[in-house]
Structure formats: C-alpha cells, structure tokens
Design a binder for this molecule. Structure first.
Ligand SMILES: [Zn+2]
Ligand SMILES: [Zn+2]
Length: 326
C-alpha cells in the first residue's frame, strides 16, 4: 500500500462545535446555561461563548459530554473620512483561550485592543500579545464587516478566519466568503477556516430566522477535553460545514481521497484557476472523489455542496507543509 498523508487523522472521533456564540453577558438572548443546553440537546459537544469585549471562563458548565472553550470577541472600528459609512467597517476578532489558567485575572480585567483601525503594525502586535497569553486568533465575517482585500491582507498571526457565519447569512445573505479565504491563502498565509453560528438568538430556536445550528466545525480529537480539542484546532484536524459531512480525507501516493456523506459536488480548490471536480448527475448523489495531484498545487482545500445548497469546507493544506511529493 502506498503511504498515506492524513489530512484528517484516522484516530479519535469527531466532536461537533459552535465556536462563535453570544449570550446575555453581551447582546445575546440566552444565558450561558441556556446556550449550552440548546447546543447540547442538538448534538453538539463543544461551545465557545464569545461575548463582545467581555472575556469569560464558563468551564464550570463543562460536563462529561460537553465542554466550553473560554473566549471573547473583540473589535476595532473604523473612523475615517474616506469611505461611505466608515462606522460599519470593523475588525471582529475571536480569541480562543488555549491556556485558561494563565493570566486569568488579567484576561478577565479586559484585553480589548485600542481603536486603531488599519494600523497593521499595532494590530499584528496586539495579535502577538494575545498569542503570548494563550489565545488562538480568528478573523471573523469579513463580508458583514464591509471589509475588502486591503483591510485583511496585512493581518498576520491568525490561526483561522471564518469562511461561514450563519448569523451574517441571516442578516444579509453575506455569511459565506470562500473568496476571502482563498485570497489570504494565495498570499501564502497559513490559516484554517471556521464555519460558525455567531448566534444571538433574537428569534426562537425553532424559528426560520433562528441564527443557531447553521454553521459548525467537526473536530477530530482523541478525547473530549480542552487540551485535546485545542491541540486538534491548532493542527487543523477539523472541517467546517453548514450540513454536509466529510468522513475521510487523505492523500495516498498522488491521489487525494475524499469520502463524504451524500453530496452533489466535490471540488478540490487550489491556487490556480483550475479545480479538481466531481459532480453527480441531476437528482443523484456522490459520496467519494479521488483526484490525481500533479505536485504543482501550492495548496489544496476541499469544498462540497449538497443538494440543499449547503457547503462543507476542509482546511487548506500547503503541499510543502504536509510533505507531499509528486
Ligand atoms: Zn462579530
Ligand atoms: Zn459575534
């Protein structure tokens, strides 16, 4: 058998996570307890409560089947005379705590950045300080934030960015932004992508406008513990989805192998205007694709679409990082 490079590890199991969530601690409608119960009862095992500007540790809510990741969403808003409605331009950044006991008091006192929109030296230095405190830094919903390439291309030290934000999708059909992710990757940035809810729960959980349960991450971890989940996040051992399932993802020899739930399209995207693709006949489904890599792909990432139009995305993997040789 040819050697396999596993992009999703064969060991461990998948845990379902919502990594962007607001509660009554900021502008959400559910209490942290209700938020946990809502997600736990829908089959999730992991929740990051990311209230605006207020870092909190909710690990007292953790139980055998459910854990929380201490987190916060910070923002840097624009003041500018050069753009229409500059007040709508903003960086929203989620910080996920990999070391909750480290400098806990300092984090709880407040770790918001100064309002220095577009000052990349300052912002990247702020991200570096946050990393030092143990945070994984994620750039959120560029489309909703009215941001373009010039606003985000200079950001460094990101662990991930949001490729899908379900709350934003409900706000204005601008939740899905794979283009921004590709633009970051084409610059050579190594960063993962997340699908999240960003739920505020202004509507009931069973309302069509509910912003819960639409964007999630499936994390392949050895066990359900803070350490194991953080480790898997750091290593990119997860995928993002609005519904479709990625079951296996590996390279065997030169062949990229993707095993999925029932979908209508399986694409492997890269840093070029060609994609590897497999599409089902109308009305039919596929559950697997195999693509021959030629070694000229700088990075590859997998994107699926099911018949309801929902997407799943793998992370992007740079071939030189994973040791692939044609
Ligand atoms: Zn936000
Ligand atoms: Zn948010």
């Amino acid at each position: 058998m040819e050697q396999r490079i596993y992009l999703l590890p064969p060991e461990g199991r998948f845990y379902k996570a919502n990594l962007h969530s607001h509660t009554t601690i900021s502008d959400g409608r559910l209490t942290p307890e209700q938020d946990k119960e809502a997600y736990k009862s829908r089959g999730y095992q992991i929740l990051a409560i990311t209230d605006h500007r207020i870092y909190r540790n909710h690990q007292d809510l953790d139980d055998e089947d459910f854990i929380t990741i201490p987190a916060v969403e910070v923002d840097i808003n624009e003041v500018s005379s050069e753009r229409l409605r500059p007040e709508d331009h903003t960086y929203h950044i989620n910080l996920f705590d990999s070391m909750p006991e480290y400098k806990r008091e300092e984090k709880e006192k407040g770790i918001c950045p100064e309002r220095r929109y577009g000052d990349f030296a300052y912002m990247n230095e702020y991200f570096r300080r946050m990393q030092e405190m143990g945070f994984l830094v994620c750039y959120n919903h560029p489309y909703w934030s009215m941001q373009n390439y010039d606003d985000y291309k200079g950001l460094k030290g990101l662990f991930a960015m949001e490729i899908y934000n379900h709350g934003c999708e409900h706000d204005g059909l601008y939740g899905y932004n794979p283009q921004s992710y590709d633009e970051m990757l084409r610059l050579g940035n190594r960063l993962w992508c997340l699908a999240t809810d960003d739920n505020h729960n202004c509507y009931d959980l069973d309302d069509a406008l509910s912003d819960s349960f639409g964007g999630f991450v499936m994390i392949k971890a050895k066990e359900l513990s803070h350490a194991a989940v953080i480790e898997a996040l750091k290593k990119g051992e997860f995928y993002s989805s609005m519904g479709p399932e990625i079951k296996e993802l590996y390279i065997e020899g030169r062949e990229l192998v993707i095993k999925t739930g029932e979908v209508e399209k399986i694409y492997a995207m890269m840093d070029a205007t060609r994609c590897y693709r497999k599409i089902a006949m109308p009305g039919e489904s596929i559950t697997e694709a195999r693509f021959q890599l030629d070694g000229n792909e700088k990075y590859i990432r997998v994107e699926l679409r099911d018949r309801e139009g929902r997407y799943a995305n793998s992370n992007a993997y740079f071939l030189e990082d994973i040791g692939f040789q044609a």
